[in-house]
Design a protein. Structure first.
Length: 323
């Protein structure tokens, strides 16, 4: 039951009951509701300003966890960058040195990304700095991995070519030690057996019985196999590639043909006494880039150190050549 209110009337010197009109009642209700709404708004404002809601608490936890994950990811990226630097260093200072290739410049390995801002869409994010930093590291590492992968492809190709080159360079004696009578004459100025004058001898003479097998000293292609060169008689020339050519002269019989591919150790002919020769032997030459070089430097695959030292001593003796 509503509380009854009275007022004092000085004219009648008595208390009278307060009578409210409907308009007054409506105004009171509206005033009360407005005051309550205002008070509620103030309370809600204060609560949201100083006390986070459960949803905000959840979002803050998720944000903190995300920041932590980015920091962990940055640490892992930093470790991967160290590993990548070590791989790049080995690539430049070991692999490419072995295969005589130029290292990849740092300006290429560490180059950034030009053009438009790649991270513009991330700048509006909260904690944008750490997100952009992580994205930059990922992009940079991905680019370095692509460059390193291409570099390793190049190293594999260089290794394959190096293997081919090592198989092609002359590296054994053209006549087996078991078949040799002696190393008759070495590279350099020697006495010509016909004219008895000192002439430059562009190869080495290996004395052996007629019919002794002659072996290719490296992989290559037969460039010539004929007797149409003055003084050499039946002879074979092998183009090994990489600027190397070998010549085998005075054969009794040729066992290969022009254009034929051969491997190191294949029999290409037999010792003879044809052409300008004064005794059964093999005249052997090595040419590099069109110029004759001393064959003594190309016998490292099939001789012991003692045999090689003895061969050097014999090649340097001032003997008469056999052709």
């Amino acid at each position: 039951m509503a509380k009854v209110k009275y007022y004092y009337d000085p004219k009648t010197l008595s208390y009278k009951k307060i009578q409210k009109s409907n308009k007054d009642r409506v105004r009171s209700i509206l005033t009360f509701m407005a005051s309550s709404a205002l008070f509620a708004v103030i309370i809600v404002f204060l609560l949201f300003s100083f006390f986070p809601s459960p949803k905000e608490k959840q979002l803050k936890r998720e944000l903190d966890q995300m920041v932590l994950q980015y920091e962990v990811l940055n640490d892992r990226l930093a470790h991967m960058e160290v590993v990548m630097d070590e791989i790049q260093e080995r690539d430049d200072d070991i692999y490419r040195v072995i295969f005589e290739a130029e290292p990849i410049p740092n300006s290429i390995r560490k180059a950034g990304f030009g053009g438009v801002n790649r991270y513009e869409n991330l700048e509006s994010l909260k904690n944008a700095e750490i997100v952009i930093e992580t994205s930059q590291k990922l992009d940079q590492l991905a680019k370095q991995m692509v460059i390193q992968s291409k570099s390793f492809d190049d190293v594999v190709e260089m290794a394959r070519k190096k293997e081919e080159m090592l198989a092609s360079i002359p590296a054994i004696q053209p006549v087996s030690n078991a078949d040799l009578r002696r190393m008759a004459s070495g590279y350099g100025f020697r006495v010509d057996p016909v004219y008895k004058t000192t002439k430059f001898h562009a190869g080495m003479d290996f004395s052996a019985p007629i019919g002794t097998p002659i072996y290719a000293t490296g992989d290559g292609v037969i460039e010539r196999a004929d007797n149409r060169s003055r003084g050499y008689g039946n002879h074979v020339r092998i183009n090994h590639g990489y600027g190397y050519l070998t010549l085998y002269a005075h054969m009794s019989e040729i066992a290969v043909r022009k254009g034929q591919k051969i491997k190191r150790g294949d029999i290409i002919g037999y010792v003879g006494n044809t052409g300008k020769s004064v005794g059964p032997h093999l005249h052997y030459e090595v040419h590099k880039d069109g110029e004759p070089v001393n064959p003594i430097n190309f016998f490292y695959n099939d001789l012991t150190p003692e045999e090689y030292e003895m061969l050097i001593e014999m090649s340097q003796a001032p003997t008469q050549s056999l052709d």
